[in-house]
Design a protein around this ligand. Structure first.
Ligand SMILES: *[C@@H]1O[C@H](CO)[C@@H](O)[C@H](O)[C@H]1NC(C)=O
Ligand SMILES: *[C@@H]1O[C@H](CO)[C@@H](O)[C@H](O)[C@H]1NC(C)=O
Length: 499
């Protein structure tokens, strides 16, 4: 009996400690002090005729340029919350599923949502905590009406968490006061019964279950001026935001936007790792993560390959680790020294793949400094202990379509992925998949619903066994006491019972 009991305990410890961790959020900008005012670079105004409106009810064109911000501090959208409306800027995050706003004053936010001032607020008396790879918050769940000045017409009743306490979530110099989680209800806290914002929108307005995002920070120094930085198109696809074809990859599981990465190339050379490594323990598309994050093994292979392919051999390790900037004379552009990076994703035709190519302009990122004569850059790729995250570094090159109806994520070259007239992203396909495994995703068994049921059953079993043990331990104890044979030493008691 002893051995099975022990192994059950180990298993239960494993299930108790496995909890959802939402990936890294926006990284704090390392640059402090007064920022030079950069001149605005207005995006090409797309032609009105290109705006699509298949259902005749949504005006996608009104959503073009509805985002502000940058990759370092996040892309955000203006929302009006409550009655009378309180204006808030809300970070757009495809890596989580709660809608939450600052509900009390915080030194890092300019304003907060005061539910007491809203006549339409309904409180639900439930506390909720959400942890991200970076930062966390705790708040109170409620419902209130929300409308979008540059989004879908109308007013919607939405679950809102008012953040009352947070740790490393709001950051200095951010211009947003809340977060809009656009992933699936599976990730909602405290449970999946808290309907996410976009699900409510689809329900209440009957729009197609699809949204798309364009992030326009490519080539802009971070932190930038963040004006007209991108678009979140709710309910469809806006043709003026991309060029060429859209390539789709299946959503392998509906929680994060999890996809299957098949291969990496650096300067045309295959990194040649086992493809399961690229998906350990998951590969996700997350607008709320600043960088392209790679599992340690992949990251190390990638840095080695870039060092070998680049024309600069003497980079110090601190640059790759993200701890130092690399600076060049203002007359020089460093991008010619670096290779292209390609990510191969499985196509919806699973015997094919397509590739996203990042020019160095996307991953060697200009950073504003107070240096007069130098242009400084950071490495836009970092390592990760838990996941491969296709964050803003990649998304800034592409118009990304989250097609929940068809369970797929689409990529097309973004109309704003240009730096000094050069397009900094490419997309190509189809390619064969005979050189990779037919399945690169090793399922984490605890993620499968059936395994959850089994582990919960085992946990209950542990509990019952524990209870029986306690009772068994107590009964003889009492007997002995009755016999005036007091056993005070608990450990000897246990030894007696188990020997
Ligand atoms: C919203 O409704 C108003 C008035 O009905 C209309 O003028 C406007 O074009 C609509 N906007 C969108 C985005 O559908
Ligand atoms: C999928 O791709 C394979 C290999 O290129 C091709 O032979 C097949 O016809 C494609 N299937 C569909 C449904 O397009």
């Amino acid at each position: 009996m002893k051995i099975p009991f022990l192994s059950l305990l180990v298993l239960c410890a494993a299930c108790a400690s496995s909890k959802f961790i939402v990936p890294l959020k926006v990284s704090p900008s390392e640059i402090t002090g007064t920022l030079p005012v950069a001149s605005a670079t207005p995006k090409d105004t797309p032609g009105l005729l290109l705006a699509s409106d298949p259902g005749g009810t949504i005006n996608f064109f009104s959503m073009v340029d509805n985002l502000e911000g940058d990759s370092g501090r996040g892309y955000y959208m203006e929302l009006l919350i409550g009655t009378p409306p309180q204006k808030m800027n809300i970070l757009v995050d495809t890596g989580s599923s709660n809608f939450a706003v600052a509900g009390s004053p915080n030194p890092d936010v300019k304003t907060f949502y005061d539910s007491k001032l809203s006549t339409s607020y309904q409180h639900l008396n439930t506390e909720v905590t959400v942890r991200y790879t970076q930062g966390s918050w705790t708040g109170l769940l409620g419902k209130d009406v929300v409308s979008m000045p540059k989004g879908v017409n109308g007013t919607f009743l939405i679950n809102i968490a008012s953040i009352l306490q947070s740790d490393n979530f709001f950051l200095p110099n951010i211009n947003w006061q809340g977060i809009l989680g656009l992933a699936y209800s599976t990730l909602s806290k405290p449970s999946s019964s808290v309907e996410p914002f976009f699900d409510s929108l689809v329900q209440q307005r009957n729009i197609p279950d699809i949204f798309s995002m364009q992030m326009c920070g490519a080539g802009q120094p971070t932190p930038g001026n963040g004006i007209n930085a991108g678009s979140l198109v709710l309910g469809g696809i806006e043709p003026s935001l991309y060029k060429g074809d859209i390539w789709y990859t299946p959503i392998t599981e509906e929680w994060y936007y999890q996809v299957e990465v098949l291969k990496f190339e650096v300067g045309g050379q295959n990194l040649n790792l086992d493809c399961t490594v690229y998906n350990s323990d998951k590969a996700i598309v997350d607008s709320g993560t600043t960088l392209l994050r790679l599992p340690d093994k992949v990251f190390n292979a990638m840095v080695d390959a870039i060092v070998q392919t680049s024309l600069i051999q003497n980079f110090n390790a601190e640059f790759w680790a993200g701890l130092q900037l690399a600076c060049w004379d203002k007359t020089q552009q460093p991008w010619n020294y670096f290779p292209d990076i390609s990510i191969y994703l499985r196509d919806t035709n699973t015997s094919q793949s397509f590739r996203l190519t990042l020019k160095p302009q996307l991953y060697i990122q200009s950073v504003l400094t107070l240096q007069e004569s130098l242009n400084c850059f950071r490495f836009g790729i970092s390592h990760s202990a838990s996941a491969l995250v296709i964050g803003a570094t990649v998304m800034e090159g592409f118009y990304v379509i989250f097609d929940r109806t068809e369970k797929r994520v689409g990529f097309a070259v973004s109309s704003c992925a240009e730096v000094s007239g050069i397009t900094v992203s490419e997309i190509a396909g189809p390619f064969g998949t005979s050189d990779v495994s037919s399945n690169c995703i090793v399922r984490n068994p605890l993620r499968e619903p059936i395994m959850w049921i089994i582990s919960y059953s085992l946990m209950s079993l542990c509990g019952i066994i524990l209870l029986v043990l306690v009772i068994l331990l107590l009964i003889p104890n009492r007997h002995r006491r009755d016999d005036m044979e007091t056993v005070n030493d608990e450990s000897s008691l246990v030894q007696h019972r188990w020997k």
